[in-house]
Design a protein around this ligand. Structure first.
Ligand SMILES: NC(=O)c1ccc[n+]([C@@H]2O[C@H](COP(=O)([O-])OP(=O)(O)OC[C@H]3O[C@@H](n4cnc5c(N)ncnc54)[C@H](O)[C@@H]3O)[C@@H](O)[C@H]2O)c1
Ligand SMILES: [Zn+2]
Length: 369
């Protein structure tokens, strides 16, 4: 495998200019080693406090500590079930104990759960202190660290408590993905496929073509897919910070996907896996309507299948999924908004999907009647 490269690739900088704050993402191998330098350059408040999980800290904490002068890290558990206010409270406690004030920058160092929770703590502690995301899962690097959504779950539903709070910077080092379990890595790849489907046929083709090198996690294979995904998300977030319009295309695959997660109580699927099924459902719907060529639907199914098996769905009924969809945040005035693919790299948002056609699509994917 081509993982040795005498001339390290230059880091890529992508600007996100939301109305509430412009900031940059810096993507590059070994960027972690330059974290202190980059934070100084953007004028991030001088006292640097990191929030991470015990696992991520054990794996990569030393590298970050060499680059940034840090006090003791604030370590909190990062399973989805810990993504709740009581964990955020522990972060507040540590900040208060450490006398953190507005001269502090909170660095979130972990997957999406750490980024969302610590980002929410930063948004609310002292009515907001600076936050810099250093995401360590593929999903967090291409999705959750960008766009400013932060928050926690409520017993009644996912991400029900939160805020829009843009970071001062996002630092993405693909090398940290080397320690990510394969299943987590794949879960992030489904979101990359999502960006390909909504916005870039070239990205879609690249995942299909470079699959082996991507799984080997060579920097040459990871850099293009991460930068292209980040570029797409940054572009969408820049024009629509609060998801009033264009940002909704990134919900492609998420209507059925969220329903699937809810029906299985967030235990069976990694988020990306549920989105993979959701994309297949949307593609079936689109083909049945004549909005998507069957060859494109097959290409999507093929690339998803090529990444490996997904958890089974044969025991889940289409009816239960339909019920769960009615509770989705994307129901506006009683109408379900659905992102349908119209080609690889293009979508349309429709609000007239009816129950029989959804049921038919779910059955085609393999859900029980
Ligand atoms: N804010 C947003 O816009 C947004 C978007 C998408 C998803 N999310 C949220 O993101 C969360 C999911 O994030 P996730 O998939 O990163 O899961 P996660 O944060 O739970 O991380 C997955 C697992 O990987 C481990 N891990 C993290 N980095 C690692 C590394 N480099 N090496 C080895 N192990 C590592 C973690 O300890 C954890 O066990 C969900 O709560 C979801 O709601 C938010
Ligand atoms: Zn998602």
């Amino acid at each position: 495998m081509l993982s040795y490269h005498p001339h390290p690739m230059d880091p890529v900088r992508i600007d996100v200019s939301t109305p509430s704050r412009p900031y940059a993402m810096t993507i590059g191998d070994g960027i972690l080693d330059r974290a202190g330098e980059i934070l100084d350059a953007i004028g991030a408040p001088a006292r640097r406090i990191v929030v991470s999980s015990p696992l991520v800290w054990r794996l990569h904490g030393e590298q970050l500590s060499r680059a940034v002068t840090l006090a003791e890290p604030i370590l909190v558990p990062d399973g989805e079930r810990f993504k709740q206010l009581s964990t955020v409270s522990r972060i507040y406690d540590a900040l208060v104990r450490g006398n953190a004030d507005r001269a502090a920058t909170l660095i979130t160092f972990g997957g999406g759960v750490i980024g969302d929770m610590a980002g929410f703590a930063a948004a609310t502690y002292l009515r907001g202190i600076a936050v810099v995301h250093v995401p360590t899962t593929l999903l967090a690097q291409v999705d959750s660290a960008i766009g400013g959504k932060v928050g926690v779950n409520h017993a009644m539903g996912k991400n029900m408590i939160g805020a829009f709070y843009q970071p001062h910077a996002v630092l993405i080092d693909p090398l940290v993905l080397g320690t990510l379990p394969r299943r987590e890595f794949r879960a992030g790849l489904y979101e990359v496929i999502k960006y390909g489907m909504t916005s870039s046929a070239a990205l879609f083709d690249r995942v299909a073509r470079d699959r082996k090198a991507i799984f080997a996690r060579t920097i040459e294979a990871l850099m293009p897919i991460i930068t292209e995904s980040c570029r797409i998300k940054a572009e969408v977030v820049t024009v629509d910070e609060r998801e009033a319009g264009p940002r909704r295309i990134l919900n492609f695959g998420h209507t059925a996907g969220h329903a699937l997660e809810a029906v299985t109580r967030y235990r069976r699927f990694r988020h990306g896996e549920a989105v993979a099924y959701g994309m297949l459902v949307a593609a079936e719907l689109a083909t049945a309507r004549g909005a998507l060529a069957d060859g494109d639907r097959q290409a999507l199914a093929a690339v998803i299948a090529s990444l490996g098996p997904l958890p089974p769905i044969v025991d889940l009924s289409a009816g239960a999924i339909l019920d769960a969809m009615q509770h989705d945040k994307k129901v506006v005035a009683g109408r379900l908004h659905f992102v349908l693919p119209t080609a690889i790299g293009a979508t349309a948002i429709v609000d007239d999907v009816n129950e029989p056609e959804l049921r038919a699509a779910l059955k085609k994917i393999g859900f029980a009647p």
